[in-house]
Design a protein around this ligand. Structure first.
Ligand SMILES: C=CC1=C(C)c2cc3[nH]c(cc4nc(cc5[nH]c(cc1n2)c(C)c5CCC(=O)O)C(CCC(=O)O)=C4C)c(C)c3C=C
Ligand SMILES: [Fe+2]
Ligand SMILES: [Fe+2]
Length: 309
């Protein structure tokens, strides 16, 4: 039995020329912009036009590329040594796309497609899975695919969250800190249509809090906030910029939407909100790492894969 595991994520520009590709593909996704064609294409082009230079500048500050691909490659390399399957990755908006890896997957009996999103959202999980299956159909291998919708309650995944928070504490007393779980935002409109994302984020926070309690780690206060708001619509609240104004002490930010570090963690949380925190007089502002290739996270993926068999 030949098995393949495919990690699915959003992607991110591998160089400055790919910023446009990334934004164009994202804003042409019907799960990101709900309007039918050709209105979607028009709205998409307008957003790309307005966003491109700002986004390029943000990626320039990260060395001209997103960290997402490097972290994903490293995770895949290590998982390949640990699983009884060959491990691949594919991205929704930047290469390698599903179509780039599908010829290789033809030779496998079972394909386990695991989203790098622990929480289900139509804008991420559904979009990735649907695209992957659509491309697989062209190769007549869609029936070999097994998928999973969410795993925010996986115990090992929640243990990594606590490990990353402990790393950020660096041996200091957690009682001197406030902790903010920062989730990538979503429009309130998407939530109103029944998207499970916010429910899953809040349930994930409860699992992580339970793990903190079990390890006797307590904070002055624990918060949830949403980052990455874009455009004029109402997004999930509280917004990160408002939350930071409430912070009275040293603070640790945990990027809860993500399993690998990316431009939203290294750019937006570390650099942009780091500057906001500085201006607000927050003396100690720390961003915890995402799970990346932490051994517990690799064990979590292994367990998720085994449970899908
Ligand atoms: C309408 C816009 C967006 C929705 C809805 C959205 C949902 C969403 N996104 C992630 C994860 C990531 N998003 C990233 C970047 C990013 N996201 C948007 C817009 C929406 N996201 C934009 C325009 C960008 C590009 C950066 C920018 O211009 O600000 C990334 C980072 C990719 C990288 O380059 O490293 C991730 C990861 C989730 C989890 C989510 C909904 C649940
Ligand atoms: Fe996003
Ligand atoms: Fe952002």
């Amino acid at each position: 039995m030949k098995r393949a595991v495919v990690l699915m994520n959003m992607g991110g520009p591998n160089n400055l020329n790919e910023v446009k590709v990334f934004l164009k593909n994202m804003f042409n996704d019907k799960y990101i912009i709900g309007a039918p064609q050709p209105i979607r294409a028009m709205i998409g082009s307008l957003i790309v036009f307005k966003r491109l230079e700002i986004a390029k500048q943000n990626y320039k500050e990260l060395g001209g590329m997103s960290p997402i691909v490097g972290h994903t490659k490293r995770l895949v390399r290590r998982l390949n040594k640990q699983l009884d399957a060959d491990v691949f990755y594919e991205m929704r908006y930047t290469p390698p796309f599903a179509s780039d890896i599908m010829p290789k997957l033809k030779n496998y009996d079972e394909i386990y497609a695991i989203p790098m999103y622990p929480h289900y959202s139509s804008t991420t999980t559904k979009s990735s899975i649907e695209d992957f299956i659509k491309v697989a159909k062209k190769y007549n291998i869609d029936k070999k695919i097994k998928t999973i919708d969410s795993y925010y309650d996986n115990p090992l995944y929640n243990k990594v969250i606590v490990e990353r928070i402990k790393e950020a504490l660096n041996g200091e007393d957690s009682n001197d800190f406030e902790l903010v779980f920062s989730a990538h935002g979503l429009t309130q409109r998407t939530i109103n249509k029944g998207d499970l994302y916010q429910k899953h984020i809040l349930a994930n926070v409860e699992c992580a809090k339970k793990e903190l309690e079990d390890q006797n780690i307590s904070f002055k206060k624990i918060h949830v906030a949403y980052q990455s708001r874009l455009g004029p619509m109402e997004w999930l609240r509280p917004y990160m910029e408002d939350k930071l104004k409430e912070i009275k002490s040293k603070v640790i930010i945990y990027p809860i939407s993500f399993t690998v570090d990316n431009s939203e963690t290294q750019g937006e949380l570390v650099l942009e909100y780091g500057e906001v925190a500085h201006e607000l007089g927050i003396k100690d502002y720390r961003v915890a790492k995402a799970p990346n290739h932490h051994p517990y996270f690799m064990d979590a993926i292994k367990g998720i894969y085994e449970s899908m068999k």
